[in-house]
Design a binder for this molecule. Structure first.
Ligand code: PEP
Ligand code: MG
Length: 767
């Protein structure tokens, strides 16, 4: 560890000691003074200052300083956005300038006497959506502060937030919120627009998760047990609860359940954690304080790590401490708020909270203000919990039990919705019932109107989608996207972890073919823990098979895991995304053979003869398709990417969305060319992109010879109905007409005619 890092760590310890003292001393001014002294001396800064936000005037006020004139305390004031300090607060982001006096935003205060200080570093202090103040260090030498200083100051600001928030309260700087009547509040909050995060609908009573801050302050009115015995009982209860939660979750999110509490278990296994708490209790500290103190030390250590993923784990320690403290409370059984079938409104959530809410059948989540981590959104999405992020802090004052309607497709929230809004929502429910009826009518095999068999398979992202795919009689898994187990983790999953996930996939798909796609990361699917260099054009960068061929260890582990887990699978296909040349395909196939050979050497059971296929997603493949078709066992057309690359339109860029045209003549003609070529080699070919469930596109695909489609499970019934509504002859005529058209305008005319004829056909059929 460098000298600087060591200093930063000891600074964190000092601050945590100070925070612990403030509750007793109640001397806020001297506490703030000690903080700035300590920060300035550890960072070797000539100036250390703290500014707190005065809610009454909306100004930042200098409350303590080491280095500026003591007489300026309480006198230097600036608005949010004014000067470098005000700007730091406005942006709620650190600001570092090695030559601050030249900065156009620099504001000179004569009474501060700060002329000679050139280097300036400021970090905001905030908690959730609450703005608290700004912590500043300065030095006369230019470019004095480094990235490590920014990190250390951020960690301190995060650690100080709770205590300083209390300090503001005690100093009367925080406006006391005028209590509003429930009616007034409901009137104001009737309709709220937030950010749609996970789509879905819910109409349910509200349940508020009130922010507790058990680490820095006592929960008002909470009564804790304090002995070593009580701590040990609370620890055991926590372990049991974590185990139970894990078991419940394993059913809903098998890929990640074991990992969600990974950090919790790691800390619980660390003898220093337990020993330090017990030692502190032995020395006379009450158990809750001992838990807080030791947890805080661990949090400080984690937060000081240069690795962002270790820093994120600090939140897990907080969660663990929260659980232990909850179990230390007397009469805890009665204080639990029921969230079953409720819409939870919260200002901060941990990934493990989302899982707990899911296991308790939460109807939806409204997250107020910041605090969302990508993990929270990903987990809510995978668990299909409708979720909206809303900036309105007032939402936290909605009374428990008030009726809330959330339309998480649009990001709108209605508190106490009118009858008319409720009726609209009931319509949505009816749509869902229709879908359920269609599902019941699903046949095990799909046929065109003239009896041609079409194989209908499912695309699977999450193991949790498998039961629906089986219920809807999917004839195979045409695409298993293997990214999810990699995305939910904070480190690369080991071969064994992957094997366990894939084993569940194969267990639930006995008797039907499964096509596993190897890891397709890069582009918009980033694994931050890999710390890969930023790319100017990630969609054209080290994506997918390119990443795997460059990182053979990752590729080999995944292949070994798939081959082992699928050892007894009836039909196992392994396919590679983003293949752009024969060379890439050969290299990737070679990797499969080598993985099988290495498993044989290790005497581990593996699938003897997996089919090896290529996804057709790149235009460059068109010119070498004959050679590829001779080599590959099967093909699957990933139209999402094929359209993106063929038309040079980033599929995630809304500004060019108009250019993303699946019916573009070049796309239609290329698809036809691909199918013709592959069929000459008598190799199976399927389509697994989004167009495979598009009612207008399916007849075209059938018309050019596609006989295998793979779609998200919920689309299986409508796709089967579309297939049943056309004959192959009609589909071929439609495809020919589309292929003859050379512009989007002509193509639109063909589609228009097709749609009109289809209405006639349906009228004739139903007559
Ligand atoms: C595709 O590109 O069509 C495809 C199925 O793969 P993904 O959407 O996962 O890139
Ligand atoms: Mg793709």
């Amino acid at each position: 560890m460098t000298e600087k890092k060591r200093q930063h760590l000891s600074l964190l310890y000092d601050i945590s000691e100070l925070s612990a003292l403030v509750a007793d001393s109640k001397d806020i001014d001297s506490f703030l003074q000690q903080v700035v002294q300590s920060v300035a001396s550890h960072l070797n800064a000539e100036v250390g200052s703290i500014y707190l936000l005065d809610d009454r005037t909306d100004e930042l006020v200098l409350r303590a300083t080491k280095g500026l004139k003591p007489s300026s305390v309480g006198r230097i004031r600036m608005r949010i956005g004014e000067g470098l300090v005000g700007m730091t607060m406005a942006r709620m982001a650190p600001f570092c300038d090695g030559t601050a006096c030249d900065n156009p935003f620099f504001k000179y205060f004569e009474e501060a006497g700060e002329e000679p200080y050139t280097s300036f570093l400021a970090v905001p202090i905030g908690r959730g959506i609450e703005k608290i103040g700004v912590l500043v260090v300065q030095h006369s030498e230019a470019d004095y502060f480094e990235a490590a200083d920014v990190m250390a100051l951020r960690a301190i600001a995060a650690q100080l937030a709770g205590t300083v928030a209390n300090a503001r309260l005690m100093m009367g700087l925080q406006q006391t919120v005028r209590p509003r009547s429930t009616t007034e509040l409901m009137e104001r909050l009737r309709f709220i627009k937030g950010e749609a995060t996970v789509p879905g609908f819910a109409l349910a009573p509200a349940a508020l998760l009130k922010p507790e801050d058990p680490l820095l302050s006592d929960v008002p009115g909470a009564d804790f047990r304090t002995s070593a015995k009580a701590y040990q009982r609370a620890l055991k209860a926590t372990l049991d609860q974590l185990r139970q939660l894990q078991e419940q979750l394993v059913r809903r999110l098998p890929e990640s359940a074991a990992l969600i509490f990974e950090a919790h278990h790691m800390i619980l296994k660390d003898p220093r954690f337990d020993r330090q708490i017990l030692n502190a209790i032995k020395l006379g500290m009450p158990a809750p304080d001992a838990v807080r103190q030791v947890a805080r030390q661990f949090i400080n250590l984690f937060e000081a790590s240069p690795d962002p993923y270790i820093r994120e784990k600090a939140r897990d320690i907080e969660d663990l401490a929260r659980r232990i403290l909850f179990n230390l409370r007397k009469g805890k059984g009665t204080s639990k708020s029921p969230i079953d079938d409720h819409i939870v409104i919260a200002s901060q959530l941990y990934p493990s909270d989302v899982l707990r809410l899911a296991s308790e059948s939460v109807a939806g989540i409204v997250l107020v203000g910041g605090g969302v981590t990508s993990h929270v959104a990903i987990i809510a999405r995978s668990l299909k919990i409708p979720m909206i992020i809303a900036p309105q802090g007032d939402l936290l004052t909605v009374p428990d039990g008030a009726q809330v309607l959330m339309d998480a497709d649009a990001g709108t929230i209605y508190i106490d919705p009118s009858d008319q809004i409720r009726r609209q929502f009931a319509g949505r429910n009816r749509l869902r019932r229709d879908a359920a009826e269609k599902a019941a009518a699903m046949q095990p095999q799909s046929f065109t109107a003239d009896g041609r068999r079409i194989h209908l398979m499912a695309n699977i992202n999450l193991l949790g989608e498998l039961p629906l795919a089986r219920e809807l009689k999917a004839e195979g898994i045409g695409l298993y996207r293997s990214e999810f187990p990699f995305i939910v983790r904070s480190v690369l999953p080991s071969e064994e972890e992957q094997r366990l996930v894939y084993a569940r996939l194969f267990e639930q798909t006995a008797g039907i073919p499964v096509f596993v796609r190897t890891l397709d990361i890069g582009g918009d699917k980033i694994l931050p823990y890999l710390n890969l260099p930023r790319e100017a054009n990630p969609e054209l960068g080290l994506r997918s098979i390119r990443f795997l061929l460059k990182h053979r260890d990752v590729f080999d582990q995944q292949l070994r895991a798939i081959l082992r887990a699928g050892a007894k699978a009836d039909q196992l296909g392994i396919m590679f995304p983003m293949i752009s040349s024969v060379d890439d395909f050969e290299a990737a196939s070679q990797a499969v053979h080598e993985a099988a050979a290495s498993l044989a050497r290790d005497q581990l059971e593996c699938h003897p003869s997996p089919l090896i296929g290529a996804m057709v997603e790149m235009p460059s493949v068109l010119a070498v398709l004959d050679e590829l078709a001779a080599l590959a066992d099967f093909f699957s057309i990933g139209t999402n990417d094929f359209i993106q690359y063929m038309l040079a339109v980033d599929r995630t860029n809304e500004h060019v969305a108009g250019y993303y045209q699946p019916f573009h003549p070049s796309i239609l003609r290329s698809l036809s060319q691909i199918v013709n070529c592959v069929r000459r080699y008598q190799k199976p070919i399927s389509v697994c992109g989004e167009v495979a469930h598009d009612g207008d596109f399916i007849p075209f695909l059938l018309g050019i010879g596609i006989r295998h489609l793979s779609v998200d499970p919920q689309f299986l019934p409508t796709v089967q109905q579309t297939i049943a509504s056309v004959t192959i002859q009609q589909a071929e005529a439609y495809a020919q007409a589309l292929l003859a058209a050379s512009s989007l305008r002509e193509i639109e005319a063909v589609r228009e005619k097709w749609r009109k004829n289809r209405t006639d056909r349906l009228t004739v059929t139903s007559a």
